[in-house]
Design a protein around this ligand. Structure first.
Ligand SMILES: Nc1ncnc2c1ncn2[C@@H]1O[C@H](COP(=O)(O)OP(=O)(O)OP(=O)(O)O)[C@@H](O)[C@H]1O
Ligand SMILES: [Mg+2]
Length: 229
C-alpha cells in the first residue's frame, strides 16, 4: 500500500547502487547514467547521506573522523534525517517529473551498517527508515558484493583517506557485507546482487541488463518510453 511519501502518479524509476566500500558504486552509477542518457532518459544522480544542501551538511557530520564520540542512535537518526529531506526535496519531485533517479547508497546501507554491522536493534532501524521513507521504496537495489579487504584496497589505491565509517575494522565491514546479502535474500525481486570482483565493464553490462528489464516493465505499466516523454 502506498505510504505518506508515496505518490500514485510516480512515473520515473529509482535505482539504488549499494554494497561494500570501494566495490565500485560510483563507477557503476556513472556507467548507468551514460547508458540511460544515450537512450534519452532524463537522469538524476544523487547520493546518501547527502543529495541536498541539508543532507550534505549532515554527511559532513557523519563522516567526520574528529567526532568519535557520536553514539549509535545519533548516527542512525542523522542518516534518517538526511534521507527524509533527500526523498521529499529531490527524489519524489524527480520521479514525478518522469526522471530516472540513480542513488549511491540508501536505506539498504542503514540496514547493513547500523543494524548488521553496528548491531543496533532491528526494530529501531526499521522505525527510523519507515519514518524517513513514509512507505516509499526504490524500484531496484543493485548490491555490489565484494570482499571488504579488496574494497578498502581499491579505496586506498584511489588515493583517498579513509573516512570515519571506512576506518572501521574489517570484521565490521564483513558484517555489513552479510547485511546486504541478507536483504537481497529476503527480497530477491527488488535486490540484485552483482559480483563486484568482476571487471567494471562486466559489472556495468550486467547492471544495464537489470535496469533495462525494469525500464521495460515500467513502460508496459505506464505506456510510455523515454522517447515519448
Ligand atoms: N569492477 C572493478 N574492478 C576493479 N576496480 C574497480 C571496479 N570498479 C571500480 N573500480 C575502481 O575501484 C576504485 C573504487 O571504485 P568506486 O569509487 O566506484 O567505488 P565506491 O563503491 O563508490 O567506493 P566508496 O565506497 O569509497 O564510495 C576506483 O579506483 C575504481 O576505478
Ligand atoms: Mg563512491
Amino acid at each position: 500500500m502506498a505510504g505518506e511519501a508515496e505518490t500514485p502518479r510516480r512515473r520515473g524509476f529509482m535505482v539504488v547502487c549499494d554494497g561494500s566500500n570501494g566495490a565500485g558504486k560510483t563507477t557503476l552509477i556513472e556507467a548507468l547514467r551514460r547508458h540511460l542518457e544515450q537512450l534519452g532518459y532524463d537522469v538524476v544522480v544523487t547520493r546518501e547521506p547527502g543529495g541536498t544542501a541539508i543532507g550534505e551538511r549532515i554527511r559532513k557530520l557523519l563522516l567526520d573522523r574528529n567526532l568519535p564520540e557520536m553514539c549509535d542512535l545519533t548516527e542512525l537518526m542523522l542518516f534518517g534525517a538526511a534521507r527524509a529531506q533527500h526523498l521529499r526535496e529531490k527524489i519524489l519531485p524527480a520521479l514525478e517529473a518522469g526522471k530516472v533517479v540513480l542513488c549511491d547508497r540508501f536505506d539498504s546501507a542503514t540496514v547493513a551498517f547500523q543494524q548488521y554491522a553496528r548491531g543496533l536493534d532491528p526494530a529501531k532501524v526499521a522505525s527510523i527508515n519507515a519514518l524517513a521513507l513514509g512507505g516509499f521504496r526504490p524500484d531496484l537495489y543493485l548490491i555490489l558484493d565484494l570482499d571488504p579487504s579488496t574494497g578498502l584496497e581499491r579505496v586506498r589505491q584511489r588515493g583517498a583517506a579513509l573516512d570515519r565509517l571506512e576506518g572501521e575494522q574489517l570484521a565490521f565491514l564483513a558484517r555489513a557485507r552479510d547485511g546486504f546479502l541478507q536483504q537481497a535474500k529476503a527480497e530477491p525481486q527488488r535486490y540484485k546482487v552483482l559480483d563486484a570482483s568482476l571487471p567494471a565493464e562486466e559489472v556495468a553490462s550486467r547492471a544495464v541488463a537489470l535496469v533495462a528489464a525494469l525500464a521495460e516493465g515500467r513502460r508496459a505499466v505506464h505506456g510510455f518510453g523515454a522517447a515519448d516523454t
